[in-house]
Design a binder for this molecule. Sequence first.
Ligand code: ZN
Length: 463
Amino acid sequence: MTTFDLVIKNARILLASGILDADICVSQGKIASIGISESREASRIIDAKENLVLPGLIDPHVHFRDPGLTQKEDFLSGSKGAVAGGVTTVFDMPTTQPVVTSASLLKEKIGVVKPRALCNFGLIGAAGVENLDEIPSLASAGAIAFKTYMVSPPKERTREYSGSYVTSSGDLYKVMEKVAQTRLAHCIHAESDSTIACLTDKLHSEGRKDPMAHYDSRPNFTEAEAVYDALLLSEVLHAKLHIVHVSTSEATGLIKDAKKRNLNVSSETCPHYLCFTRELLRTKGPFAKYNPPARNLLDVKTLLDALNDGTIEIVSTDHAPHTKEEKEQGRDDIFKAPPGTPGVETRLPILLRMAHEGLIDLEDIPKLTSESAAKRFDLYPRKGVIAEGSDADLAIVDYNIDWSVDASKLQTKAWETVLFDGMKVRGKVTHTIVNGQVSYEEGAGFGAPGLGEMVTAERKGQT
Ligand SMILES: [Zn+2]
């Protein structure tokens, strides 16, 4: 009889086609077989107790702030939150300090984060005009994708973030051309820099600094303007475009049209765009500040439709923690608050609640949270699917529990700023398995930091 490293008994595997009742056998970090058991020998047996088993979630958009900004989060607290939320792989954004603009900085970052990682991680490289020549070597060093902001950081921080943003179509052209040559995905934060600067100046001159001024400085069309530019350039440059955190009906419409024309584009939205409207700025002030801002009910409905019809393929989190003190700097002047909100741990229970309420299909959740990202970023079928030969990255979830988020129990260092605090959600993660090892078990705690591995894209067609 074969002895496996791990057997998960009595699993209800959630597939696009429905639920498969089976045992999952794991050897050397990979799924060795799936089936109804005869007797099995294993070093460890987990009884899933007929709970749902999902492919380990992938979150292609987190800011774990390590190195350099660890008062907000570090790779240990960030990845604890990830695995407690069923996430087995994250892609960390390059806006740590220093910004990841070169192969040597990428290598340094690996050295810092790998020993702390409780989940697998891909590292996204920054792409701007200042580091054009570094882009090919960043790709060779293992960057999973590139990120470019089409909007500049606050004036006093432009030096700090140099190499991660562009402020003109010409610069975007140069950067996108260079990234396209790597065949890696190009993640674009699409907001129009010059229009936002113009509106912000206007609001300043009117003395506006109330929370709603944040929305008024970045209205819907400023996202659509930037998405339109990015789509046009990506078409002529044959780029592999991924629009991050889509928030508006206007941008969704543009992406839908582009897909009809077979452009190489994908996109993501986040729970905070699906759960909140801009009214939240009135009640939560700087805590509800993120870019792009929360929108209107019509946008929420459009985003849900877009997830259901496949226009938007991925729900990421844009987990972007800041300390309470940092957020409170925007109490009397919203422009002084840093943008972003944490969410890596709460994505799955929010989506399960939405499925329970009939807003999305339960069977679509593995696709929205894992499979589509694995395919788009060239990790599939190693990841993103429960299949023989795939990596044993799994989340076991008791779907039948309704509960309310208690932010003080979340792993993020920025728990005091969590907007989902008190929200009714569904489904508790009981176990998270990363590369065949138990990284999180409800009630028992976490695995050994460092068990997460770095993941790199299998670049197809690269010469
Ligand atoms: Zn982000």
